[in-house]
Design a protein around this ligand. Structure first.
Ligand SMILES: Cc1cc2nc3c(=O)[nH]c(=O)nc-3n(C[C@H](O)[C@H](O)[C@H](O)COP(=O)(O)OP(=O)(O)OC[C@H]3O[C@@H](n4cnc5c(N)ncnc54)[C@H](O)[C@@H]3O)c2cc1C
Length: 415
């Protein structure tokens, strides 16, 4: 049993960025999780990032480890906007960031989190028991896969969620339906089509929204009228990207409305030519029910007042993620029930602290408080800076219980 001051659970863009910020302020903490595993293990190997290069950063406070700096150091040409970033390149960057800015990640899973006598008790997959005064939950989206209820009665080998697939080759020469009209659906379908899968997109919406073309060339006037921000183009994007604290001051009903209705399903500009006219896109089609026979899926689809039946080898639900605290399986029931929540989202103060003192949430679960930027890695710059400020102001008022990370020199300091 050991004790730490702050435990960060998760080593994705949020966990790593927060750790880099705390380390810079010499604030004692430990980070648990397999670095970038959501990206490394659960996203297609040929995927291109939706975010532009300038919005595809992990964050250290001095901006020494930006994606741009990585590209310069490695002799890779860097274009801030208008050229999609391959996931393999992004993962190389993330590894470089982690080695330099957060070298002491503990590649372990948190299996249980409870709270007793004002301290958090962490059970870790290697058998360690850790006590912590503060816990930051940065476990990402993987707990929240959303599946249409019509599919969940099917045998498990006949359907999956889009985030289950790093490797799509098992679907070569198969008939596959991809459900949804967002980026994951459109990109998964494009990748399947390009490898020789007979793929159809099925969407309940009446059209597919495509983001405006971006060739990276813009006049000064265009930059003023329609500025580019972390989440995209326009002054609305600037507000959502840069002012999450202002968003958090809006009335709760408005925050939930905006998070639910803005930055909804759409396709990146560079994907349009790979989908439109290349494969069937069945819009305004509702899945009424699904059944299985002879190893095939039968989808009963309602469109234009008629029901038709279609047969597939497999259905991939690219139907996104629905953040809900109750799905965090490592949370002890007593701790879970003491977290004040609304519609599955924890209620957070301006630093992301929940109603349980010392328990913080970042990323998807913080989006209803701080806005849509928390659904993207761009939001990590705000979460990391805000938490570093919060803990720095507290640092003087308590003795660090132990200081494993702050005490270890970073790769740069060792050079
Ligand atoms: C297909 C797809 C494409 C996307 N493309 C983009 C994009 O181009 N740009 C963008 O900004 N966003 C994109 N996103 C959203 C993206 O997921 C988030 O921006 C980003 O990953 C959020 O970072 P995170 O650290 O909150 O979560 P994650 O990246 O999911 O990281 C969570 C971390 O927590 C760890 N973890 C989970 N449970 C435990 C546990 N019990 N114990 C210890 N560790 C644990 C995991 O191992 C992982 O390391 C995409 C999402 C998907 C699904």
């Amino acid at each position: 049993m050991r004790t730490t001051d702050i435990a960060i659970i998760g080593a994705g863009p949020y966990g790593l960025s927060i750790s880099a910020h705390l380390r810079a302020k010499e604030i004692s903490h430990e980070v648990f999780g397999q670095p970038m595993s959501s990206w490394r293990r659960y996203m297609p190997t040929a995927m291109l990032l939706r975010s532009e290069a300038h919005a595809s950063n992990l964050w250290d406070p001095e901006r020494r480890y930006t994606f741009e700096r990585f590209c310069v150091e490695k002799g890779i040409s860097y274009v801030a906007s208008g050229r999609p970033v391959p996931i393999a390149l992004f993962l190389n960057y993330a590894e470089w960031f982690q080695i330099h800015a957060v070298p002491d990640v503990q590649d372990q899973q948190l299996t249980q989190l409870s709270r007793q006598d004002g301290q958090f008790h962490l059970s870790v997959s290697n058998g360690d028991m850790v006590h912590a005064r503060h816990v930051i939950i940065a476990t990402g989206h993987r707990y929240f896969c959303n599946l249409p209820s019509a599919l969940t009665e099917l045998p498990p080998e006949l359907y999956s969620h889009s985030s289950d697939h790093k490797d799509l080759t098992p679907f070569i020469a198969k008939d596959v339906a991809v459900i949804g009209a967002g980026q994951s659906s459109l990109e998964t379908a494009a990748l399947l089509h390009e490898q020789g899968t007979n793929v159809s997109i099925i969407a309940s919406s009446d059209h597919v929204s495509w983001n405006a073309d971006n060739d990276g060339e813009r006049s000064l006037l265009q930059k003023i009228i329609n500025p580019e921000a972390g989440l995209g183009f326009g002054w609305r994007s600037v507000a959502a990207s840069e002012f999450p604290q202002v968003f958090s001051m809006l009335p709760r009903s408005l925050r939930f409305y905006l998070v639910g209705r803005t930055w909804g399903p759409s396709g990146a500009w560079w994907l349009k030519n790979r989908v439109s006219g290349k494969l069937p896109v069945l819009t305004s089609h509702e899945i009424m029910r699904a059944s299985a026979s002879n190893g095939k899926v039968h989808l009963f689809l309602r469109a234009g007042g008629k029901t038709e039946e279609k047969e597939f080898d497999h259905v991939i639900a690219a139907t996104g993620f629905k953040a809900d605290l109750r799905r965090l399986s490592f949370l002890d029931p007593a701790l879970m029930s003491s977290i004040a929540a609304f519609e599955g989202a924890p209620q957070l103060d301006r630093f992301g602290e929940s109603s349980v003192p010392g328990l913080f949430f970042v990323g998807l679960l913080a989006a209803p408080t701080f806005g849509p930027v928390m659904r993207f890695m761009f939001g990590a710059k705000h979460a990391a800076a805000s938490l570093a400020q919060r803990f720095a102001s507290e640092k003087s008022s308590h003795q660090p219980l132990n200081n494993p990370i702050a005490a270890t020199p970073s790769a740069d300091q060792r050079q």
